[in-house]
Design a protein around this ligand. Structure first.
Ligand code: DAH
Length: 357
C-alpha cells in the first residue's frame, strides 16, 4: 500500500498538464483504477482484515484525490500565468496617431451644405462635367445669340475634323443638372447638385475650375416665399450665426423669372470678415422662380408645376465661413495649406453633431 501511495504521489507531482493528470486519476481511482480494484477485494477478506484495510484504503483514496485536486489547481494557475505573460500589453505606449491627411475645405463645405439641405428634404443629383451646349445653354433659355453665352468664358471641347455639330463644353455652371434631374425624375422634385464647373478666368477670387451647388424645388404651389425661407434657413445653419440677415435684390437670369440675387449682411472691420453684423453686404447666390421654358425643356408642364432654383459658389462660401483669403491656393495642393485649412477626416459634419466640429 505504501508503494502504491508513493507511486501515485510522485506521478501526480510530476504531471506536466491536465491531460496527464486525468490519466493518473483514471489509473488510480477510476472505476477500474488500482485503488478501486483493491477496494473491491475488501469483500473477499476476513472481517478482521477488512477492519484494518478498509480505513487504510479509504484514507489512501482521499489522499490521492486531494493530491489530484491540488495539482489540478496548480496547473491551471501556471497556464493562466503563462497566458498573462504572453498577452502582456504595454498600456503606456502612445495611442494611434491621427490620420495624416485632412479633408479639403471644399469637401468639408460640400458635406455641410448637403447635410443642411438633406434635412429639408433635398436629394443630391449629379450631371456630367463635359456637357452638351444644349444642356448648358439652350435648355436654360440661353439661345445661341444670347449675350450670356459670351459672359460665361466657356471652355469648348474640340470636335473631329469635318464634324460640324456644335462642340461640347466644360459646363460653366451646375444649372444643366436642373434639366437632367427634371427629365430623369419629373415633378414634384427637390434636389441639390453640387459639383465642379469651369470658366476661363484666373485672379484672387477666380480659378478656371471651381465649385457650385444648384438647388431646385418644383411642386404645385411653390412660391418666392418658400425660396426665401429655404435660403434664410440654409444661411443660418451654414454660417452657424443666429442673426444672419439676407437681402433679396432684383436681378436677371435667363433661366428664372423673376430673379433675385441674395446678399448677406457682414462687416469688414480690421480686414476680418464678420457675418451677421455691420453695414456691408456680400453677394452669395443667384436665384429665382424657374422660367416656364426651362420647365418645358425639363419635360415638366409649366401650367401644372412651378418652383424655385438657386445657384451658389461653394469655394466662395468656404472662403467666407473659414476666412480663407485667396481662392487660387485652394487648388495648389500645397501640403502646408492643406494641413492648415483642412478638416479632421474623423469629424463628419451633421446637423445634430455640429457642422464644423
Ligand atoms: N447659374 C448661375 C451662375 O452660374 C447661378 C444661378 C443663378 C443658378 C440663378 C440658378 C439661379 O439656379 O436660379 O452664375
Amino acid at each position: 500500500m505504501d508503494d502504491l501511495r508513493q507511486k501515485y504521489l510522485d506521478a501526480i507531482a510530476a504531471a506536466a498538464n491536465e491531460a496527464g493528470l486525468e490519466e493518473l486519476r483514471v489509473a488510480a481511482v477510476g472505476k477500474k483504477g488500482e485503488i478501486s480494484l483493491k477496494m473491491r477485494e475488501l469483500g473477499k477478506m476476513s472481517p478482521e482484515e477488512r477492519q484494518v484495510m478498509g480505513p487504510k484504503l479509504n484514507a489512501l483514496k482521499d489522499e490521492i484525490n486531494s493530491a489530484l485536486a491540488l495539482k489540478k489547481e496548480a496547473l491551471a494557475d501556471a497556464a493562466l500565468n503563462e497566458r498573462l505573460e504572453a498577452e502582456w500589453l504595454d498600456v503606456t505606449l502612445p495611442g494611434r496617431p491621427r490620420p495624416r491627411g485632412t479633408v479639403h475645405p471644399v469637401s468639408q463645405v460640400t458635406e455641410e451644405i448637403t447635410a443642411i439641405f438633406a434635412d429639408m428634404g433635398f436629394a443630391v443629383a449629379e450631371g456630367p462635367q463635359i456637357e452638351s451646349d444644349w444642356f448648358n445653354f439652350d435648355a436654360l433659355n440661353i439661345p445661341p445669340e444670347h449675350p450670356a453665352r459670351q459672359e460665361h468664358d466657356t471652355f469648348f471641347m474640340s470636335r473631329a475634323a469635318g464634324d460640324d455639330r456644335p462642340p461640347h463644353v466644360l459646363r460653366t455652371h451646375t444649372s444643366p443638372v436642373q434639366i437632367r434631374a427634371m427629365r430623369a425624375q419629373g415633378a414634384p422634385i427637390r434636389v441639390i447638385a453640387p459639383g465642379r464647373v469651369y470658366r476661363c478666368d484666373y485672379d484672387q477670387t477666380h480659378t478656371p475650375m471651381f465649385h457650385q451647388v444648384e438647388g431646385l424645388a418644383i411642386d404645385r404651389d411653390i412660391s418666392m416665399a418658400n425660396l426665401k425661407w429655404v435660403l434664410e434657413e440654409f444661411c443660418r445653419a451654414f454660417f452657424e450665426v443666429e442673426g444672419v440677415e439676407l437681402r433679396f435684390r432684383a436681378s436677371h437670369f435667363p433661366f428664372t423669372e423673376p430673379s433675385a440675387e441674395v446678399d448677406i449682411r457682414c462687416s469688414w472691420a480690421d480686414g476680418t470678415l464678420k457675418i451677421g453684423e455691420g453695414d456691408d453686404w456680400m453677394e452669395i447666390l443667384g436665384s429665382g422662380m424657374v422660367h416656364p421654358k426651362v420647365l418645358t425643356a425639363g419635360g415638366i408642364d409649366p401650367d401644372q408645376w412651378q418652383g424655385f432654383a438657386f445657384g451658389m459658389g461653394i469655394d466662395r462660401l468656404a472662403m467666407l465661413k473659414y476666412g480663407i483669403p485667396d481662392l487660387r491656393a485652394f487648388f495648389d495642393s500645397d501640403l502646408r495649406w492643406l494641413r492648415h485649412y483642412g478638416f479632421s477626416a474623423l469629424d463628419m459634419p451633421t446637423l445634430h453633431g455640429g457642422l464644423s466640429g
